[in-house]
Design a protein around this ligand. Structure first.
Ligand SMILES: [Zn+2]
Length: 301
């Protein structure tokens, strides 16, 4: 009988160079890294550098340096999302040619008074039948067939896109390819089999799955890990003043990240070398320790 090799696991970490790596992103990086290592898989590092207005000079170098300092070992070269821009454009053209997407000339002001849902403005399809504006975004057509997926930590998720987000932007008015399209194309290009990322993006996942279906791609597995918050409940992010992670005392910070991930590291683990800490973490990784958790409050060690 023919024995089939199991499909190789390919995971990734995909920071945007909008600032240095803060503790919340470190936690996400650790989770995706351990999940890949435990599956004897590959862990790719992709810098999502296709939104120059939001980028910060030097952020890419700072992120790479921090990841190196913490002992992450990515497979292959660092991938820059900007290198796959021609493939993003190709995907966009395919959607336009098949009339699955259309130009939208609505201005920010036109959109301001529209009803909003948890995903933001619910676009009512104003330009579906055409618009004569010269400067346009491109939106993807949606319908109300429920889109569901099984998240390994958060359980079954379902959205009906037309009612919850409406037709959504895949190329912005400023000409830049929107995150939703770029991330889907890149994960397909790189053969990513499981996406481990913060729960703050879980609401985007059905839109990404819809794009995968229209482009004829497969859908990877999804793991949305709890968001790390300040003691007051605010998400740790640049906006809430989360500083870049320090490059001193990396062992202490790494062990703290493991305890935030509910891994219960032994009390003296931070006194060990980085490679022993990673060894312990890989041997003892239990994703399911975070089952159903949506937020974890963090106080600095
Ligand atoms: Zn419009």
């Amino acid at each position: 009988m023919l024995k089939r090799e199991p499909a190789p696991y390919i995971g990734r970490f995909a920071p945007s160079p909008t600032g240095p790596l803060h503790f919340g992103s470190l936690v996400a990086a650790v989770a995706s890294y351990l999940q890949a290592r435990c599956h004897d898989g590959l862990w790719l590092l992709r810098i999502e550098d296709i939104d120059p207005p939001r980028e910060q000079a030097g952020a890419t170098d700072a992120i790479l340096k921090a990841l190196e300092c913490y002992g992450f070992e990515w497979d292959g070269d660092v991938i820059f999302q900007s290198d796959s821009q021609p493939v993003h454009e190709e995907a966009l053209q395919r959607l336009l040619e098949r009339d699955l997407a259309y130009p939208c000339g609505c201005s920010r002001r036109d959109l301001a008074d529209l009803p909003r849902g948890p995903l933001g403005v619910i676009y009512p399809g104003t330009c579906r039948e055409g618009c004569d504006a010269t400067e346009t975004a491109i939106r993807l057509r949606t319908n109300n067939q429920p889109i569901s997926f099984e998240d390994s930590l958060q359980g079954r998720q379902t959205q009906c896109l037309e009612g919850e987000s409406g037709d959504f932007v895949i190329r912005r008015r400023d000409g830049l390819i929107a995150y939703q399209l770029a991330v889907v194309v890149d994960d397909e290009l790189e053969g990513v089999t499981e996406i481990v990322r913060g729960i703050d993006i879980i609401d985007s996942t059905p839109r990404q799955i819809w794009l995968q279906r229209l482009l004829g791609y497969g859908t990877p597995g999804y793991v949305h890990i709890p968001v790390v918050t300040h003691p007051n409940g605010d998400k740790l992010s640049k906006l809430t003043g989360a500083p870049g992670i320090g490059l001193k005392d990396v062992a202490v910070t790494l062990v703290h990240a493991l305890s935030v991930l509910q891994q219960k590291p032994p009390p003296k683990l931070h006194a060990e070398s980085l490679s022993s800490i990673w060894h312990w973490a890989t041997e003892n990784w239990r994703l399911e320790a975070m089952q159903g958790l949506q937020a974890i409050c963090h106080e600095s060690p």
